[in-house]
Design a protein around this ligand. Sequence first.
Ligand SMILES: Cc1cc2nc3c(=O)[nH]c(=O)nc-3n(C[C@H](O)[C@H](O)[C@H](O)COP(=O)(O)OP(=O)(O)OC[C@H]3O[C@@H](n4cnc5c(N)ncnc54)[C@H](O)[C@@H]3O)c2cc1C
Length: 339
Amino acid sequence: MGGQPSVAIIGAGIAGLTCGTALKGMVERVVVYEKNVFPGGRITRFRAGGHEFSHGAQYFTVSNPLFWNIVSGWQSDGIVRPWDGWIVELNKGQISNSDMASQRFVGVPRMQMVAENLARHCELVTSANISELERQPEGGWRLFNERGEYLGAYDIVIIATAAHQVADLCRSVPTIAKAANRVDMTVCWSGMFAFERRLNLPYDAAHVLESPLSWISRSQVSQPASEADCWVLHASPEWSQKYAASFRGRVMHALLDAFWSATDIAPSKPLSSSVHCWKHAVPINPIGEDSLFVESEALGACGDWCTAPRIEGAVLSGFSMADRIMKFINKQGEARSPA
Ligand SMILES: Cc1cc2nc3c(=O)[nH]c(=O)nc-3n(C[C@H](O)[C@H](O)[C@H](O)COP(=O)(O)OP(=O)(O)OC[C@H]3O[C@@H](n4cnc5c(N)ncnc54)[C@H](O)[C@@H]3O)c2cc1C
């Protein structure tokens, strides 16, 4: 590796984009590859019947001082806002408790905005499903997509996907593959329903008890084209796991039935109904390291599965990854410079 290295990041979720943004201008080139058509990963949006939903992460909380600084910047730029929705605990229509946890934030106008904003600062290649990494004898890596097409060669590669995808791509680097392989992730069926009129529910969101559902939330995404009342429902990990392979139609009806039981209001026909199965929703047992990097291979990995199962964890892991790369580059530079 002579001069400033080039870096490829696989995955334009919040971890990969944070890493890419932090490295911009510090390396010769940093390119983020994303298999989806837009960035965001588990904070992307879902559109159905003219309505829009944030169907993955609903909001985020902040505890780390570094993350507070970042979020303050996002807030000043109008990318996020505090969410002071009324969140309750719900048991068959009975509100048992108000949830007064720490301050929550949501993206404006949708969670995905946080990723879209970071992506503006990155060289992003979408619809690029990286399937093979080939180590070069002279150092660095060549990237190929699922059709075997060559996409480029880079000095350093960072895999910023969910844990199971890291394990697949890192087969030749056991330190990272083994760590990623140990991580289990929950399954989550997400239901998205739009109703013509506002439902008679006084709260904005609820943790649901004794139900196939664990969370229901009035969509925080503004629906400019209609007055519709849009709700996102998340099934519990146990229920989602049990019905992971079920037909979408069956799941849709089950989630809607569970919604009426949990809220105890009269059922009405939705204007639009959709479901999505997050097969790798959140890590159950993150590895407890901010990020992983094997210097001899110039290969690293980051994501919420390293740190903590939330947006804050993903951002901090992405930052840690960028920091390790900079330290590695500086070390290489010192080794090359004459004494
Ligand atoms: C249903 C649900 C609810 C949640 N609720 C909350 C919440 O309320 N608050 C909170 O803070 N967090 C929540 N989370 C967790 C939060 O969304 C994640 O912790 C965070 O978004 C993870 O970011 P990441 O960058 O680590 O991974 P991801 O967002 O998964 O990003 C990985 C990216 O890599 C891409 N990719 C994968 N393989 C390849 C490949 N081979 N080639 C190219 N690209 C690839 C993927 O398409 C994806 O865009 C929730 C998650 C889910 C699913």
